[in-house]
Design a protein. Structure first.
Length: 218
């Protein structure tokens, strides 16, 4: 972990330091496939958080969300190239690449460094999504946090992280019907917070399955 004079520490380095040491929680959640609630909750989330201040940007991210769900249904692996395709829709740009310089967030309180192998390392972290001994909510949480703390794009990384989260859950048939509880500040050196995110994803899934089961029985 290092910093230049007057700059914050490298939060990407902080994240990579704690990432392999996180005590991810166990999970035995039910999987009740219902594509409509998953689509609706993420659509509603983006419309609630962005719709009133950026109608054109909201329309673009909703288009990207549908593309991400389609990619999940086709079982495509999560790669930087796949995410860049979504991000082109999100930003309305023809070309979207990996950021060419260090990035900053949280009003400059977090800095994400850049080295010659940063993009390759990000790709390897994305491939960890399929690690069989890690429960799905933990894999989804880790993917979400990888994107926040690698900060791979010059703009729109929070949207990219949420799209990837929707994709990872949808690809394996895990249902959510609420997304706003996930919206809180995440810190790169907070191992307990990372594990708590996985716990929250499991709780939201269990609650969504219960509510959908009650609706089907009524």
């Amino acid at each position: 972990m290092s910093s230049w004079p007057g700059q914050p520490n490298d939060s990407l380095a902080d994240w990579l330091l704690i990432r392999p040491e996180i005590s991810w929680p166990p999970w035995r959640g039910a999987r009740l496939v219902s594509k409509a609630p998953a689509r609706d909750c993420f659509r509603n989330f983006f419309m609630a958080t962005r719709g009133g201040r950026d109608s054109e940007g909201t329309a673009r991210v909703l288009t990207a969300l549908e593309v991400a769900f389609a990619d999940a249904e086709q079982g495509r692996p999560l790669t930087f190239a796949l995410m860049a395709k979504w991000q082109r829709a999100v930003l309305g740009h023809d070309l979207v690449g990996f950021r060419p310089m260090p990035a900053f967030a949280k009003g400059g309180r977090e800095r994400y460094g850049l080295a010659p192998d940063t993009q390759a390392l990000f790709e390897r972290c994305l491939s960890d999504r399929s690690q069989p001994d890690l429960p799905l909510p933990s894999r989804a949480a880790r993917t979400y946090l990888d994107i926040l703390f690698f900060h791979p794009f010059e703009d729109g990384n929070a949207r990219a992280a949420m799209l990837a989260l929707a994709y990872v859950l949808a690809r394996e048939g895990v249902l959510l019907d609420q997304v706003p509880p996930l919206q809180t500040t995440r810190w790169a050196d907070d191992a307990e917070g990372a594990a708590d995110l996985a716990v929250l994803l499991g709780i939201l899934n269990t609650a969504a399955v219960r509510r959908l089961s009650h609706k089907r029985q009524s």
